[in-house]
Write a protein that binds this ligand. Structure first.
Ligand SMILES: *Cc1c(COP(=O)(O)O)cnc(C)c1O
Length: 354
């Protein structure tokens, strides 16, 4: 059922701008932002920088660009960056660090996306002409492939501590930092304080149609702005989009608690179904990963789609569901019921048509 009656849990990027958000976008004051003429973009950049306690911010068309600008602006070709093996920057950005910055990624084996200061320490290289220069440590909070996991503050502090002692820069992929803050009550600024740069996203859970931002010191953002132009991300009357992001920051942040409650309910419901492996206590924010060992994830997902629930196959037997602005609390028991029905039809020896 590929229409808007489906309960769409594929991602928190599928959200539609609300009528009020569209009205704010239509009314936006705009100008040529490459000339520095767009007052709405400037308002958004100042607002985000302020929220994160940084000097400056630059608006980007995607979170991928915000992250890749950070990698480019922190490094020189030949350098090395430290990332979790499942980090978006490494796993989902089309090889960007190698292609755009000429750096290599040293992958750390985190647990559900979070690694430790000891992992960083073990990866450090002695000063020697044979080795690449390690420049940057990247964290992701919340961690997408980790299952929406929140980095514990103490662990961030320990990693930041060793990075600081070793002269390494710290970048935070904060595409879902808003979710971490709503879930823990820890201000975005307190997380951001441990990093030289932070990327945040307006088009995921916050529900704006387009846009991310990269924040950092004034000099760093000036450097990133030049690379944004180089990468083709200099945009013109883009206040139209910035207005959607400003609206989302104002009106859609605190409601993330609903997405988190819905994800917990969904996880508890799915965990009770036979043929599904899921530990609901691992669900901390809006992302639910589960395994269906007896069926092909692709097949299950296409059957679910026909039955009116959309999810994403992320491995041979693993499936991801993400609660979002378009999914109401009453849709959750409906989704669980449909998954139960489809799973039953998928069991060996049962009728396979649904
Ligand atoms: C979605 C996402 C991004 C950026 O994605 P874009 O689709 O390029 O906006 C970056 N980091 C994480 C953790 C993400 O989930």
């Amino acid at each position: 059922m590929n229409d808007n009656r489906a309960i769409d849990l594929r991602s928190d990027t599928i959200t539609q701008p609300t009528p009020a958000m569209r009205a704010a976008m239509a009314a936006a004051e705009v100008g040529d932002d490459v000339f520095g003429d767009d007052p709405t973009v400037q308002r958004l950049e100042a607002r985000v920088a302020g929220m994160l306690g940084k000097e400056a911010a630059v608006f980007t068309p995607s979170g991928t660009m915000a992250n890749q600008l950070a990698v480019r602006a922190h490094t020189e070709p030949g350098d090395e960056i430290l990332v979790d093996a499942n980090a978006h920057i490494y796993y989902y950005e089309a090889g960007g660090p190698a292609a755009l910055s000429g750096v290599s990624c040293r992958c750390l084996s985190g647990v559900r996306g979070t690694f430790t200061a000891t992992d960083v320490e073990t990866a450090l290289r002695p000063p020697d002409q044979h080795f690449p220069t390690t420049k940057l440590v990247c964290l992701e909070n919340t961690h997408n492939r980790g299952g929406g996991t929140i980095w514990p503050m103490e662990r961030i502090r320990e990693v930041a501590d060793i990075a600081c002692r070793q002269g390494l820069r710290m970048h935070l992929d904060g595409a879902r930092l808003w979710n971490a803050s709503v879930a823990t009550g820890i201000d975005e600024r307190d997380y951001a304080a441990h990093f030289d740069s932070v990327s945040v996203c307006f088009s995921k859970a916050l529900g704006a149609p387009v846009g991310s931002a990269l924040c950092g010191s004034r000099d760093f953002i000036q450097r990133a702005r030049r690379f944004r132009k180089m990468f083709g991300g200099g945009m013109r009357q883009v206040g139209l989009l910035a207005a959607g992001a400003l609206y989302a920051l104002e009106h859609h942040r605190s409601r993330l608690a609903e997405d988190h409650a819905n994800a917990r309910t969904l996880a508890q419901g799915l965990a009770r179904l036979s043929g599904i492996e899921l530990d609901p206590t691992t669900v901390q924010t809006n992302i639910v990963f589960f395994k269906a060992p007896g069926v092909q994830a692709k097949e299950l997902v296409s059957r679910l789609d026909r039955a009116g629930v959309r999810m994403l196959a992320t491995g041979p037997h693993s499936i991801r569901a993400v609660t979002n602005l378009m999914v109401a609390a009453e849709n959750i028991p409906q989704a669980v019921e449909i998954v139960g029905r489809v799973m039953q039809a998928c069991q060996p020896n049962s009728c396979s048509s649904i």
